[in-house]
Write a protein that binds this ligand. Structure first.
Ligand SMILES: *Cc1c(COP(=O)(O)O)cnc(C)c1O
Length: 347
């Protein structure tokens, strides 16, 4: 455990005592936000700044705090799915207890200007938490250089085991223990530790972090080829920032296609994809993320998310391109018979 803590800390530029092992990203998000809220409330600060397209682990925690009397301000993220540090600076008030902004969005892949936002928060003396679940192990993180007070990460997002995560909290930030019980994790997280999962997480994080540059170059090349290929399909819209995005992340909306049918069609051809967030794929509502970047409802229903890793190949990309193209055109031709699709077929 001590060794795993040191390794995990080293990967994000933290000290080992600043690492709290949790059951995953959701728990880390909950604990960071609730701790900051409790701390703020003690000083009469009940204003929290976040964004409209955070993961539900953040948004639902904020909902809860709102019902307890906190004022939550969600910044708009624009069509490319990002915010600026200036937006944060303009929103900070005397009574701001916390700024919580995700490092990269899980559904559309855009990367947010976390170091700049961190600097603004530091200058204004406001606690800053980032949900870095999508970023950790994929892009370089240094909590000191990037002015991050608290950060969440999750092992299964970098090929580690499910059910393990980390909350980093800068030394001196008192944390609220969400679970009453024993004195594990320095009294900050009760309950017997899942030692195999924690050791697996530290090994996976160390492995991912030591290959970031190499994997980033390889995977983003595959990603860009996949994106340009998919853009050839008529009425296909890329979601998220075309340039400033996670190396392996591809997100599209296909007009006139139902995302769920597309996923099933791809699954039958051995391709694992998702409509948006894997966590929300059982929900029938259009994604709050796609709504936040202004996609119309009909388009948001046709969402496809594909994530690539360093284990994917050029042949995989060819195969995905062929399968997506065929499946999209097939689904549209079926809809055409029903006469309810506004898309002109090109082949
Ligand atoms: C997956 C994810 C989470 C939740 O992490 P779990 O370990 O599944 O609880 C939180 N935030 C983001 C951005 C995620 O992608």
């Amino acid at each position: 455990m001590r060794d795993a803590r040191e390794r995990a800390a080293a990967c994000i530029g933290a000290q080992s005592r600043e690492i709290i092992f949790t059951s995953g990203g959701s728990e880390a998000d909950n604990q960071a936000i609730i701790s900051a809220a409790r701390l703020g409330a003690q000083g009469g600060k009940k204003h929290i700044i976040s964004t409209a397209f955070e993961h539900h682990a953040v948004l639902h925690t904020l909902d809860r705090l709102e019902s307890e009397g906190f004022e939550v301000e969600l910044l708009p993220v624009g069509e490319l799915g990002t915010i600026t540090a200036q937006q944060v600076a303009a929103a900070i008030r005397e009574d701001t207890a916390l700024v919580t902004v995700m490092y990269a969005n899980n559904e559309i892949g855009s990367i947010l200007p976390i170091p700049e936002i961190g600097r603004v928060c530091q200058d204004r003396d406001v606690l800053f938490h980032t949900d870095a679940v999508q970023a950790a192990g994929h892009i370089p993180i240094d909590v000191r250089a990037q002015h991050i007070d608290m950060l969440s990460l999750s092992a299964h997002k970098f090929h580690g085991p499910k059910g393990a995560g980390v909350l980093y909290a800068r030394r001196g930030i008192p944390l609220t223990n969400l679970i009453s019980g024993g004195a594990q994790e320095g009294g900050r997280r009760a309950g017997t530790e899942d030692v195999p999962a924690i050791i697996g997480m530290a090994a996976a994080l160390e492995d991912a972090c030591s290959h970031i540059a190499e994997h980033h170059a390889r995977v983003s090349t595959l990603r860009d080829r996949l994106i340009s290929g998919l853009l050839q399909i008529p009425n296909a819209v890329l979601n998220g920032d075309p340039v400033n995005r996670l190396p392996g992340h591809v997100s599209f909306c296909f007009d006139g296609v139902e995302g769920e049918s597309l996923i099933l069609g791809l699954d039958a051809q051995g391709i694992c994809a998702s409509t948006g967030s894997a966590c929300a794929s059982s929900s029938l509502e259009p994604s709050h993320v796609l709504m936040a970047i202004g996609r119309p409802r009909e388009l948001a229903y046709g969402a496809l998310r594909i994530t690539l890793s360093s284990e994917n190949t050029d042949e995989d990309v060819d195969e995905i391109l062929r399968a997506v193209r065929e499946t999209v055109l097939h689904l549209r031709s079926r809809c055409l018979q029903k006469g309810d699709i506004p898309v002109r077929m090109t082949e």
